[in-house]
Design a protein around this ligand. Structure first.
Ligand code: B16
Ligand code: MG
Length: 230
């Protein structure tokens, strides 16, 4: 992205930029997968990388429900809670080793660009570990607001997470732009009446207003155009 060119062509407005975490800022899906896979193995069934795709953007509770469905296993409430806690401990062990090298391409560039343009920025993640991860990769201070799995009662595709972010940023939902890698997240952004930008494959994220493979494909002109919309 070449952010130094073309100054002041557009009349910029204040928008709210909301970033999902896993799959947009960092690739923690691989760590979720390893931890869930080990849990499945212990329970006696296989859990594939393909099946893991269904868990993107989905809360921890819903993830375990889906996995148990795949393995055709039912657990008592107590055992369910125990397994979820165990998975999270293992996941946190993987997170422990994370550093700035794991930030996805051009993410710092786009965050710094938006900060330079005084655009409000929020996180909008389903993860209860979001703050820990942002600290690990040294990005926590880039955000004006953080909304994560600890702040919501309804998971994506419910728009609660993004509506809370818009409130904290003091920007109306229709003036917010969401970057999401999950189908459920794109649906949540659309339900919130926000502009949805899918990060990933067009085929998968076809419900998004725009789709890019990653941030290296997003031009300064595109960002300026978004900010100049009435
Ligand atoms: P945790 P996102 C989501 O993060 C992940 O995509 C999803 O796979 C995970 O189950 C969920 O967070 C909950 O994570 O167990 O850390 O609370 O994509 O919404 O940033
Ligand atoms: Mg995600």
């Amino acid at each position: 992205m070449q952010f130094h060119i073309r100054e002041k062509k557009y009349n910029m407005q204040k928008k709210g930029f909301i970033f999902d975490l896993d799959g947009v800022i960092v690739d923690t899906a691989k760590y979720h997968y390893l931890a869930w896979k080990n849990l499945a193995t212990e329970l006696g069934f296989n859990f594939t990388e393909e099946q893991n795709e269904q868990l993107k953007g989905v809360s921890r509770i819903k993830s375990l429900e889906k996995i148990l469905e795949i393995g055709n296993i039912s657990l008592s409430d107590d055992e369910f809670t125990k397994q979820m806690a165990k998975k999270n401990i293992e996941y946190l062990n993987y997170i422990e080793t994370m550093n700035e090298d794991e930030i996805l391409p051009d993410v710092p560039k786009i965050l710094n660009y938006l900060i330079g343009k005084q655009q409000p920025i929020s996180l909008g993640s389903a993860s209860k570990n979001a703050r820990t991860i942002l600290e690990k990769v040294n990005l926590l201070n880039k955000f004006d607001a953080i909304v994560d799995g600890n702040d919501v009662t309804k998971g994506k595709p419910n728009p609660e997470v993004f509506l809370k972010a818009s409130k904290l940023l003091k920007v109306k939902p229709e003036n917010c732009i969401v970057f999401e890698d999950a189908v459920a997240g794109v649906q949540a952004a659309n339900a919130a009446n926000m502009i949805s930008i899918g990060i990933g494959e067009q085929d998968v994220l076809h419900e998004a207003d725009y789709v890019f493979n990653d941030f290296t494909e997003i031009s300064v002109e595109f960002m300026e155009e978004l900010m100049s919309r009435k």
